[in-house]
Design a protein around this ligand. Structure first.
Ligand code: LRH
Length: 524
């Protein structure tokens, strides 16, 4: 077989990309076809994602990926896969769109300033016949509409019962709680469908409505093991089963690009393959692990998802207490992990400082933070108080507690410079990783791993990698940085038969495709 070109659409909370992957000789070469900003903005009183703008960027990116493939002498892209952050969804009506637009959005206030550049003007996702019309915006999981909902819902179905049913940690933003808080559900026309964000994009691409299984687990409504929705939770939350689309497993073909869209983008009727559409599922698939023993990883980006790859869920009361989740992975695996606020703490702090007129950026701050002595002040990056956007540096400073050299608590900390705040965040992350990985191993009954893999954009952070190696006293293997896109592409390649199926051969492909860097504990 000759080289094959594939396109990964990978949406992150602060940026998205369409990545061209050229699979040849047992490796994947990744070529960025299009990168674009993404951010939260307030619409009709809620923090939302601008799906129309994202869709315009995706279309542009797919054409660009195709063009790049052709310029390399290939026939064009042979398949597409889509992933994004979890838990968020679009409500899509039954009707086939005509040519009229979706109507004006009313903005309450200026968009939340973000790191992304201005998005290109919105294009109407309904301009071509095929996909159903979207009802309202895609409300973002950081919106405050879910405040207090999880507590309230636990009076109907106890926390213990929810965990026994799903194995999913009760994060305030789980789709289940978002739906309980979603007052639009009552007014949906019959035949409407809830589509998780990547599935909504798959629907725009193909016209098909499916629920990809890894992301379905993030809803908090799928039963442990992923065989079906939990009837008890659907009924208790007032979610009509009719609203949910049939499941599709990662690696299966969703459909082909709608003919008019294929012509418009110049890509033809390309197959769209369901990948691990929860970005963390794709990222964990691309962990370049070898050998026996459970794989320990951090998928490091806006969030730091730290945990183990297991074959069975651990939905015990201990796991519930410790806040661990059992998300569905590719290849029948379970992602037993903890959500730790990751680089979000740093990027939101930087946003505050920049809004305050300070001339700071991530690179400069990391250099300055590396030169600082230990901050001797810590925060708890799993604390839900850090979920919402805004004034992050102030919140970190207010939450930080000084600790003595022996680790015991002292009085309030005095974090005075941005570099000191960043140092405090990174040290807090490293110590949290140490504690959470130890807890994961204890609860899952597995031995302490020999190494920890850090993948995703956050694996570029050499200071954090070194602090992590020092805190855990094991090797930290950093990379790939584009793990999510790579996992997305690798699963497409396996689905097309270009590489053998199964995560062992996919990881071999990953290892052959990227450079890794090992950070050893300084004390060794
Ligand atoms: C990371 C992520 C994470 C979820 C959160 C909502 O992008 O998908 O796995 O918990 O976003």
């Amino acid at each position: 077989d000759g080289p094959r070109a594939l396109a990964a659409v990978d949406l992150g909370a602060s940026s998205g990309r369409v990545m061209l992957g050229i699979v040849a000789d047992g490796r994947i070469e990744m070529v960025p076809a299009h990168r674009f900003g993404n951010r939260l903005e307030r619409v009709d009183g809620h923090l939302c994602w601008d799906l129309d703008a994202l869709w315009a960027e995706i279309r542009h990116g797919l054409s660009a990926a195709h063009g790049l493939a052709v310029s390399r002498g290939l026939e064009g892209i042979a398949a597409i896969g889509v992933d994004s952050w979890a838990v968020d969804y679009a409500l899509v009506g039954p009707e086939v769109c005509a040519t009229d637009g979706p109507g004006e959005r009313t903005r309450d206030d200026a968009p939340v300033p973000g790191s992304g550049h201005r998005l290109t003007p919105s294009s109407d996702p309904c301009s071509a016949p095929g996909p159903g019309r979207r009802h309202g915006e895609v409300i973002a999981y950081r919106d405050e509409r879910t405040d207090g909902v999880a507590d309230h819902f636990s009076r109907t179905v106890s926390r213990e019962q929810q965990y026994a049913l799903t194995g999913i940690a009760q994060q305030p933003f789980n789709t289940l709680y978002q739906l309980v808080a979603d007052d639009r559900l009552a007014d949906l026309p019959a035949g409407s469908t809830l589509l998780m964000l990547p599935d909504a994009i798959g629907h725009l691409l193909t016209g098909r409505r499916r629920t990809e299984l890894t992301n379905a687990s993030s809803t908090g409504m799928l039963s442990v093991g992923g065989a079906d929705w939990s009837e008890e939770l659907l009924v208790s939350a007032g979610v009509d089963r009719e609203l949910l689309a049939p499941f599709i497993a990662p690696g299966d073909v969703l459909g082909t690009v709608r003919p008019e869209l294929g012509t418009e983008l110049g890509i033809g009727e390309v197959p769209v393959i369901a990948v691990g559409s929860h970005d963390t599922a794709s990222a964990v698939l691309a962990v370049p692990a070898t050998g026996p023993g459970p794989v320990a990883y951090i998928s490091s980006g806006t969030w730091s998802l730290i945990g183990l790859e297991l074959t069975d869920a651990v939905a015990t009361s201990e796991a519930l207490e410790a806040g661990f989740t059992n998300e569905g992975g590719v290849d029948g695996t379970v992602r037993f992990l903890q959500n730790v606020a990751g680089m979000w703490l740093v990027s939101e702090s930087i946003r505050q400082w920049q809004d305050d007129g300070l001339d700071v950026d991530l690179e400069g701050l990391l250099v300055a933070a590396a030169a600082e002595p230990s901050a001797r002040a810590l925060i708890d990056p799993t604390d839900p108080q850090f979920l919402a956007p805004g004034q992050m540096a102030d919140r970190v400073i207010a939450a930080a507690r000084s600790v003595g050299a022996d680790g015991t608590g002292l009085s309030r900390s005095t974090l005075t410079t941005p570099a000191h705040v960043v140092r405090c965040i990174l040290e807090s992350l490293a110590l949290t990783y140490r504690d959470q990985l130890a807890t994961a191993c204890r609860i899952a009954g597995v031995p302490r791993p020999e190494r920890l893999h850090v993948v995703g954009g956050g694996s570029r952070n050499a200071l954090l990698n070194q602090l992590t190696a020092d805190a855990l006293e094991i090797d930290v293997v950093a990379g790939p940085t584009e793990a999510t896109a790579l996992g997305n592409l690798a699963l497409q390649a396996a689905a097309l038969g270009t590489v053998p199926a199964g995560r062992a051969s996919i990881r071999e492909l990953v290892r052959a495709s990227v450079d890794l860097k090992t950070f050893r504990p300084s004390t060794r």
